[in-house]
Design a binder for this molecule. Structure first.
Ligand code: NAI
Length: 331
């Protein structure tokens, strides 16, 4: 029987994986710990480690997994920037779930945008306290604005489609432009500087790579329009947080919606409400009136969770029966 060490387990993971595992019969041990070099020895005796976005599979962790005779790292997410693919040795394979619901993430991005623009978070708190005034809630029409989309893969394209419905002009940047989709949906590919200069709203939908680490920094922000709204539902390390805080403070950036954060590992997806905030940058961002932060929840819909669980179970089966999977990640 295939034995799976399931790291960083949340209650909803257990519910969904137990449901789909009825068809596979894996022996799953649910662990609360995140996988990293300290917890990797827990994988001893298991064939598979199943991990999520904030598990850290660096060179040392991989060495320990190899010593433990783990054969498969099964990511139950799309991004795999947390696995040091360069150091994956022969005998260990890596699979992921490349697409579970681009709609979930794109729609959440729009939720962040509307929340910032129309100050929904402030209005919610006010009306709960029977304060029905409008001071400080002034927004702007999204219709007619220019939206810059960085990364037009599965999620970026759905986001473009939705924003098209708002009546916006959409500029996109991707190293691999999909002109057919651009024509069908109605957006235009431009070079990054033009996108930065002309967009009222900029949304990040590219994966984190060595090349785009902190691509949003003092230099790129200075090219943006005054009052730009920045949205990031991709990966936190695409944005240099110090630059973001500085430019928010100066008023250069008008508002920010983040579902991901540069150093999110300690806080995101965890209940830290009985603790105090040790992360100074996160504390500053949370204190800012024009910043809305959600805790890496863009993926979190019923449809996406079901697909994650079913595809992960299938990926594992394919590796152990056929030796390969269409969802295998290669270095
Ligand atoms: P995808 O692989 O379909 O598309 C990514 C696109 O980005 C590709 O077209 C690629 O050419 C482009 N790209 C790569 N580097 C770029 C760069 N430096 N500048 C501009 N474009 C670049 O990926 P998908 O499914 O659309 O997901 C995008 C990202 O969203 C994932 O890599 C992941 O980091 C993030 N994500 C976040 C979730 C959340 O819950 N917040 C859930 C799922 C994904």
């Amino acid at each position: 029987m295939i034995k799976i060490a399931f790291f960083d387990t949340k209650e909803y993971d257990k519910t969904l994986f137990d449901k789909y595992n009825k068809d596979y019969g894996y022996e799953i041990t649910y662990l609360e710990s995140k996988l990293n070099s300290e917890t990797a020895p827990l994988a001893k005796g298991y064939d598979v480690v199943c991990i999520f976005v904030n598990d850290v599979v660096d060179q040392r962790t991989i060495e320990i997994l190899k010593e433990c005779n783990v054969k498969l790292i099964a990511l139950r997410c799309a991004g795999y920037n947390n696995v040091d693919m360069k150091h994956i040795p022969e005998g260990i394979q890596v699979v992921r779930v490349p697409a579970y619901s681009p709609y979930a993430v794109a729609e959440h991005t729009v939720a962040l945008l509307l929340s910032i623009d129309r100050k929904i978070y402030k209005a919610y708190q006010r009306t709960k306290k029977y304060n029905f005034t409008l001071n400080g809630l002034l927004g702007f029409d999204i219709h007619g604005k220019t939206v810059g989309v960085i990364g037009t893969g599965k999620i970026g394209k759905v986001f473009c489609q939705i924003m098209k419905g708002f009546g916006t002009r959409i500029l996109a940047y991707d190293m691999y432009p999909d002109e057919k989709a651009a024509n069908q949906i109605g957006y235009e590919y431009v070079e990054l500087p033009k996108l930065l200069q002309e967009s009222d709203i900029i949304s990040l939908h590219c994966p984190l790579t060595e090349d785009n680490y902190k691509m949003i920094n003092l230099e790129t922000i200075s090219q943006m329009k005054d009052g730009v709204i920045l949205l990031n539902t991709s990966r936190g390390k695409l944005i240099d947080t110090d630059s973001l805080i500085q430019k928010l403070g100066e008023g250069k950036i008008g508002g920010v919606g983040l579902d991901v954060y540069e150093d999110e590992e300690e806080y995101f997806l965890n209940d830290m409400s009985n603790s105090y905030m040790r992360d100074k940058d996160l504390s500053i961002l949370l204190s800012m009136p024009n910043v809305v932060i959600t805790s890496h929840q863009a993926f979190f819909t019923e449809e996406a969770l079901n697909k994650i669980a079913s595809d992960t179970c299938k990926n594992i089966k394919n590796i152990f029966t056929k030796g390969s999977s269409e969802n295998e990640v290669k270095a």
